[in-house]
Design a protein around this ligand. Structure first.
Ligand code: UDP
Length: 472
């Protein structure tokens, strides 16, 4: 198709502006998508906040434009991990100066595209994170169409569209007595997997944030979801049907990290410690458990101690990411006394990993994850089975799918306790019980790889998306 050849043209056919929500799990897929569009011949401008700003020097192929925000203040205002994120997201969406700056930046791109027809490609559209309603309004005011990037799964997107039903049918607010009840309209979810806004300190903010993705999608010219057909066929069909009624196409384009040349060094906000790769080189094939809870999850000091002791007692080699700030209220957590001697070189603790490289390493045999969507896709791509410990929001949905739908991992539920952790690790990595799980992870990896071939569903979806953009 001509669009695939577009990269060879001397001048881009059009410019696409992108605006991610400024968190690692959102910035990464947006930059990856930008890379995929750039490779198909489109010029890219990345709009970004000062908070968690990407490094332009790492992406010479993109243009960058900064807009002001009020996120750091909001994030600093509270100690609770999930609320930090909720409030910061709210601040990102509502910062008064934000919409105005976005309008100015887009207006200047529009002018450049019109006045210097020969040099500057025209601005075709803005791709926004699903939460950025004010940014979308700013674009609409200038007649710039928006596409929405969903950085969670189709299952999660479908859940977010179902809250009216969940309240109507009495699943929510969740009661102690119905936590294990299957939500028969949204299999395989159970009531305990639903992100219940009434559990947050502010139900209003919770509900509002949940609804943002629906609002932005309803006003958009298309929805891009970081997933692939073979993984979520049913969920995609439901969402596709609902949006088709409104004339909004969907583009299942995933896993984005394998559809782009933008690498993780370029998207990572923290410096990756690559010394762990040499350490992995010394370990036996399939023997190491990789442990990471992503960029935003916090755990308590007690949980941290139980994780450390569980890993030490498991007897398995492990690579553990202890990010600064992981433990609530502690900048740099200390490992329990006796940890080092119990582990004796069998484990390595680092502050931030080159995660994709780690998961691709032959020494890795399992991934203890918080079930963030990017981490999950990265693990599926490498065929690594998971031990899931979801914390909030879409992580609960993903962990349920990993265990019950795809059956490529096991869920670690309830209070974190060292013996339980040790048992779960052994089951995932050694026992017969875990063997089928490990095998299914390998099978799903093959399915994912097929969608990335040139005739695969995700590659075709990128082609369709580029044609769609060029039609604006
Ligand atoms: N990541 C990384 N190094 C680490 C841990 C995580 O580079 O030590 C990356 C990981 O590869 C993924 C992202 O950070 O792309 C985390 O995104 P995810 O959606 O899994 O979780 P979040 O951080 O948004 O909760």
């Amino acid at each position: 198709p001509p669009t695939r050849m577009a990269g060879a043209r001397s001048r881009a056919a059009a410019r696409v502006a992108v605006f991610p929500l400024p968190f690692q799990g959102h910035i990464t897929p947006m930059l990856q998508l930008a890379g995929a569009l750039h490779a198909r011949g489109l010029a890219i401008t990345v709009l970004h906040t000062a908070f968690n700003a990407p490094d332009p020097a790492r992406h010479p192929e993109f243009s960058f434009a900064a807009v002001p925000d009020a996120i750091s203040d909001a994030a600093a205002a509270t100690e609770d991990g999930s609320m930090d994120r909720a409030l910061a997201m709210n601040a990102a969406v509502e910062a008064p100066a934000l919409a105005e700056s976005v309008r100015d930046a887009l207006a200047s791109m529009l002018r450049a595209g019109e006045q210097e027809e020969e040099k500057e490609p025209r601005l075709a559209c803005l791709v926004i994170d699903a939460t950025l309603t004010a940014v979308q309004e700013a674009a609409a005011g200038l007649g710039v169409p928006t596409l929405v990037l969903h950085t969670c799964s189709a299952a999660c997107f479908r859940l977010f569209r179902s809250y009216d039903m969940l309240y109507d049918k009495g699943y929510l607010p969740a009661q102690e007595s119905n936590l294990l009840l299957p939500v028969k309209e949204l299999p395989p979810l159970q009531v305990r997997d639903l992100f219940d806004p009434s559990k947050l300190p502010s139900k209003e903010i919770g509900l509002k944030l949940l609804n943002l993705a629906n609002e932005t999608t309803a006003r958009s010219s298309g929805a891009i979801i970081n997933t692939f057909e073979a993984l979520e066929a049913q969920e995609l069909e439901t969402v596709r049907g609902e949006l088709a009624e409104k004339g909004i196409p969907i583009f299942p384009i995933g896993p984005l990290h394998k559809l782009t040349s933008v690498d993780s060094v370029g998207t990572s906000l923290l410096k990756q410690d690559s010394t762990c790769i040499q350490w992995l080189d010394t370990q036996e094939s399939g023997s190491v458990l990789y442990v990471s809870f992503g960029s935003v999850v916090h755990i308590t000091q007690d949980e941290f101690t139980e994780v450390a002791c569980g890993l030490a007692n498991s007897g398995k080699p492990f690579l553990w990411v202890v990010r600064r700030g992981l433990v609530l209220g502690v900048e740099k957590p200390e490992l329990p006394e006796g940890f080092e001697s119990a582990v004796k070189g069998r484990g390595k603790v680092i502050e931030w990993a080159p995660q994709q490289e780690v998961l691709a390493h032959s020494a890795i045999g399992g991934f203890w994850t918080h079930s963030g969507w990017n981490s999950t896709l990265e693990s599926v791509y490498e065929g690594v089975p998971m031990l899931s410990r979801p914390n909030f929001g879409d992580q609960l949905v993903t962990a349920r799918y990993v265990e019950d739908r795809w059956k490529i991992g096991i869920l670690l539920e309830g209070v974190l306790e060292r013996e339980k952790i040790k048992r779960a690790i052994t089951m995932l990595m050694e026992e017969k019980e875990g063997m089928e799980t490990r095998q299914r992870a390998k099978n799903l990896k093959e399915k994912m790889r097929m969608c990335l071939e040139s005739s695969g569903s995700s590659q075709q979806a990128v082609d369709k998306l580029v044609d769609h953009i060029l039609s604006f």
